[in-house]
Design a protein. Structure first.
Lengths: 154, 154, 154
């Protein structure tokens, strides 16, 4: 059977998890935009200090780091450190035909761990809380990569 | 028909768009290198202050942020916040067999929006200009992810 | 033959290289965690200054940039600027059925160049050393993307 096909239940699992993670990454960009506009600060480039619809009252300091906006950028960076590796590992994992239940646990587990990580980050939970969810997501990706290596080199 | 195959016209669309975006991301790295060398500044690591072919006249301040070099790094970061999600969303989108015209609009639309975003960023256009192109690219990726979810959960 | 399949020797090459790069990216996150804990510094968020298992002796300055920890974050960022593009380019390259030997040279060459880049970065070699390995990896990815474009538009 072709792996990359909606008839394959592991593909369906991967497609749901990977598409949700696409929405998470893109949504994080929009959270940054929202927070930049709402706080009228945390801008990225010197030319953003010009007056316009996105900046009605330019003032010095708008380029300085602001935790409200920067928190969203740190969340985004944390996503980029984890989610593209999930897309790659999940695709390879699907191609080596794992048991469906294992795919569901690792893929949906990753999605839930990343969503919990985002909630912990945005609500400023203690480091230990978001570290726990980071770890679960990271272990799921590492497990898929090791499974793929074991499957193709054996 | 196998999705991941040059006989599939949606694959050809995806392959062209995704390969152009690979060249964009890698090219952005080379723009940073070019700007670092041309301005002799914006270096990343303390050990880069040693004398050598890439730094003939080391001096204090070469590790400080320099907008000429940092602009290229910000463009790169903006790429990383959007383009890997496009690679993932586009692959899944292709696998659920969308109409060719829709794939062409979303995929080539994404490529054109990202190229326009890069031109707006490098020429320091107002925030509103690059925000517009950012939005077009982001909406194309989000649309593909939603289409995938609708296709596999129905 | 289906490209995304363990019967395809180019897939096996891609799966080994891409899975090793997944482990590299995820491992870089763990190096950052290890260095943060070992040096008790380089924390990312204000709430990380609370007392807890990950921070037994909070003190001012733990949020400041510390080269020991930041070096790992810079390595991670450099990975993100290169490895997701490799995953995408390698997948497309595999789909257009290149000669196996060429795939092995470009894919294993990329992996070796990135591992050498990491060693050069972590041991603080001169800029020229890590720039050389960066270049080899970058050229491998660009070559795959150009090969894909040539294959699908011809």
């Amino acid at each position: 059977m072709t792996a990359l096909n909606p008839e394959n239940p592991v593909f369906v699992t991967y497609a749901i998890a990977a598409a949700l993670m696409v929405l998470k990454v893109m949504g994080q960009g929009w959270m940054t935009v929202y927070r930049m506009m709402r706080s009228d600060s945390g801008l990225a480039s010197p030319e953003d200090l010009q007056t316009g619809p996105l900046n009605r009252n330019p003032r010095p300091g708008q380029l300085e780091i602001n935790d409200y906006v920067d928190r969203s950028r740190r969340m985004h960076r944390n996503d980029l450190e984890n989610i593209p590796a999930f897309w790659a590992a999940g695709l390879l994992f699907m191609a080596v035909e794992p048991p469906l239940l294992l795919a569901q646990i690792l893929m949906y587990g990753f999605v839930l761990a990343r969503l919990a990580h985002a909630v912990a980050y945005v609500t400023k939970q203690m480091h230990e809380v978001r570290a726990t969810f980071y770890t679960i997501g990271s272990v799921a990706v590492i497990a898929m990569a090791l499974y793929v290596l074991a499957a193709v080199v054996s």
